[in-house]
Structures are given as C-alpha cells and as structure tokens.
Design a binder for this molecule. Structure first.
Ligand code: ADP
Length: 407
C-alpha cells in the first residue's frame, strides 16, 4: 500500500476531500467526499473511485459542526476505515489568494500562514475557511507537511497591462492589481490541452470555467495572458451569487443613498447577487434551466450575455482565437448554455456541432470550424495532489517543515 496524499478544499459551508494513493509513478484515487451544511444540517459522505458510497453520517439540524468538526469527521473516518494515519504523507490545500508573493505552491509554516491571513479581505468568502482547515489539520497531525496551492499562481506572469487598474500608481505598488483566480483549474486544462488540441496548445485559447464561481482565462501557448477575475474573486462574469463586474459608481451610490457600509456591500456583491439575485429563485443553474419562471430565463440570459461580451474582450486581447474550452459544473454539463455561447461566437469563426454538444463532446465544433470548441472536465484536486507530491520529492522529505506548529 502506497503513501496517501490528502487534498482538501475547504469552503464556507463545506469541506471537500480526496485521498490519493501513490501507486508507483501514478496517483490513484482511494476515496473522495465531503462534509456539507457545516452550520445547518451537517452531512458526511465518502465514496470510492467508482462512486460507490463508503460511509455516510448526518448530524441533527442546527448542529454547528464548523471546519474543525468537519476535519475531525473526515480524519477519524479515513483513519479508521480507509487509510491509517501513518500513511498520510502530506495534505494539499486549495488556497484562493496568494497575493503577489506566492507565485507557486508552498509548504506552509506558521510565518507563511500568518502572511496568508493578510489576504483575507481580498477573498472573504474563501480564504478564512481555507486557512482554518490548515490550522485544524496542523493541530490534529502536527508532523504532517501541509502544502498550500493558490488559485492565483497560474496567472502570476500575466503581462503588466493585464494586471493594471487605471488608479494612481501608488496603489499598484501596494498590491492593488488584477491577480486572476481559478488557476488550479486552468493549470489542469493547460496540462491536458496538448493531447486534445495541439494547435490550440501552441496558439490562442479561451478557457471558460463556469461553476458556482465563473471566469474566463485567455491563454497563449498555455500561459495565462488575462483572466476576467481580478483583485478579488468578484470581477468579470456573473456567477452563482456574485455580481461580477459592476460600475464602481453603483457602490458609491449605495453608500450615499442607502447608508450601506463595507460589510453590507460585501454581502450584496458576494452572496446575494448573480444568478440568485437576478432570478430571485436560485444560484443553481440546473434549477434555473428547469424553471418556467421568466425571472429564471432573464438570469440565464444575462449570464450568457456577460460571457459573450467578455469572450469578445479576451479574443481581442489575444488578437484572435483558435479554441474555446468549457469546463466546471455548468461548462461540463449545461448543454443549452454551451450552445448559446458557441452560436454567439460564430463571428469569431466558431461553428457549433449541435449533436456533439448534446452528446457532451469532447469536441463540440464541426470538423472544419476555424475555431474549435471543446468540453474538458477539470480536476483541480489532482493538480493540488501533484503539486503536493512534487514539493516532497524524496519520500518523507526531511527538509519539509512537517512538524511546524501552525496554531
Ligand atoms: P463549484 O464552483 O462550487 O465547484 P461546480 O463546478 O460544481 O461548482 O458547478 C456548479 C454549477 O454547475 C451549478 O450551477 C450547477 O447547477 C451546475 N450544473 C451541474 N450539473 C449541471 C447540469 N447537468 N446542467 C446544468 N447545470 C449543471
């Protein structure tokens, strides 16, 4: 039995995990699962690599399990059932913001953790939960190295002009710039694209990561040149509950006219807007596609319209387009959304193959379409596991600060 790398994706209301087993040169999935409803009605589920349920547990409504309780639930299960604690070689985490300093994954120590706390205001929905999971696991497994993999790193080398806001330059010096997010997803797509569309891998591709969070990334030769997400994970496209780009004057108006403060605005633009706010029904695309309510249709129309406009913008930044790749929950599954986006991109030279789109691809453009369109499932967890493994190259890496006290 090989060593195990645990990948953790800790959010505000859930903790997702994947256990990878080192099998020779490859990483096999031993199990994955999640604890959901951390503050409402917690539910734990673990599955094997074929999707068979290995374990389930529920807590009474109102149980405040929190991140700490979720970590406890996951590791007491995996210690007793699937992998002994001494097989856990390292834990890799998705951490949303690495700022300008963390341009690649790092083994976390106390100093780095303190540093990463300074990015909490830049990613209030994600960063505190990502870091809480690192702390909680550090308490439970003080000897196990933990690796932080950042959603910003893939975009670290975007050209200065794509980073810049037209603000007085002193703010750029203080780190106020476009960073870009969903980098682990884009990095995964970049890693598989040469095998799917070698010409696009050498050329100009826009990847559409359309999940609860949504963004587009412009790549040239597999390197990020621009991303619709910016300083925080709220810029750009309309998302499940986030508004995307907004005239900044709207925020000033709300402050002056409605007496809203920063916390009110944070809640408004991160949690109450997007598909949820516009439809007044749900943040979930599947629910909206099934709804007959005209407000659901309006929310979907705006979601698609914003993507079409931003796609044009990124194609302009790249000076043309060779391929469009759809990924994440909506990108991989929502046939009508892909269809509408592709049809609207006919001016770029993309010709949709409607049957292929219906069948889920992978290629959803006709054979002689000048711009190819693809559906490629993303795998951020595997990317995190690979980074974690790479940082610990020689078995139990003696130089890794595994025993760091992170509390
Ligand atoms: P997250 O950003 O939380 O990882 P996902 O990538 O899982 O989110 O995407 C979630 C979104 O994908 C939801 O809006 C969900 O409704 C949508 N989705 C998942 N499956 C389908 C489907 N079959 N048809 C339409 N939308 C889908």
């Amino acid at each position: 039995m090989g060593d195990v790398i645990v990948v953790i994706n800790a959010g505000s209301s859930s903790l997702k995990f994947t256990l990878y087993e080192e099998r020779g040169e490859t990483l096999g999935v031993l199990a994955d699962g999640q604890v959901e409803g951390l503050f409402t009605e917690p539910r734990f589920k673990a599955r094997d690599e074929n999707g068979n349920v290995l374990a389930e547990r529920t807590w009474p409504p109102g149980t405040q399990l929190g991140q700490e309780g979720a970590v406890e639930a996951v590791f007491s299960w995996c210690g007793s059932e699937t992998c002994a604690a001494d097989r856990v070689r390292a834990v890799g985490h998705r951490v949303v913001h690495g700022g300008s300093r963390y341009t690649r994954p790092v083994v976390v120590n106390r100093e780095i953790l303190t540093d990463l706390e300074t990015f909490v205001p830049l990613a209030p929905l994600h960063q505190p939960h990502n870091l809480a999971a690192i702390r909680n696991i550090g308490r439970r497994f003080p000897g196990v190295p933990q690796v932080a993999c950042f959603d910003t790193s893939f975009h670290a080398a975007i050209p200065p002009i794509a980073q810049a806001f037209a603000l007085p330059r002193k703010f750029a010096e203080q780190g106020v710039r476009r960073y870009g997010f969903h980098g682990l997803s884009y990095e995964y797509i970049a890693s598989v694209l040469p095998g799917i569309d070698p010409d696009a891998a050498k050329g100009r591709t826009v990847v559409a990561h359309l999940g609860n969070g949504a963004s587009l990334c412009a790549m040239r030769g597999l390197k990020s040149e621009a991303c619709t997400l910016g300083f925080t994970a709220v810029e750009g496209l309309m998302m499940g509950t986030r508004c995307g780009s907004l005239d900044p004057g709207v925020m000033l108006y709300f402050m002056d006219e409605f007496g809203m403060n920063a916390r009110d605005l944070e809640s408004l633009i991160y949690k109450e807007s997007g598909l949820l706010g516009v439809s007044g029904i749900s943040s979930d695309m599947r629910t909206l596609l099934e709804s007959k309510d005209p407000r659901a249709a309006e929310a979907i129309d705006l979601f698609v319209y914003r993507i079409i406009r931003e796609l044009g913008s990124l194609a302009a930044a790249l000076g043309g387009l060779d391929a469009l790749v759809f990924t994440a929950g909506i990108g991989e599954n929502a046939v009508p959304i892909r269809g509408r986006i592709c049809r609207s991109a006919s001016w770029l030279g993309l010709e949709l193959d409607a049957n292929a789109n219906e069948a889920g691809g992978p290629r959803i453009s006709v054979a002689d379409s000048r711009v190819r369109a693809w559906v490629v499932p993303t795998d951020e967890e595997r990317m995190i596991a690979l980074h974690t493994q790479r940082l610990l190259p020689n078995g139990r890496n003696p130089t890794a600060p595994g025993g760091a006290d992170l509390s």
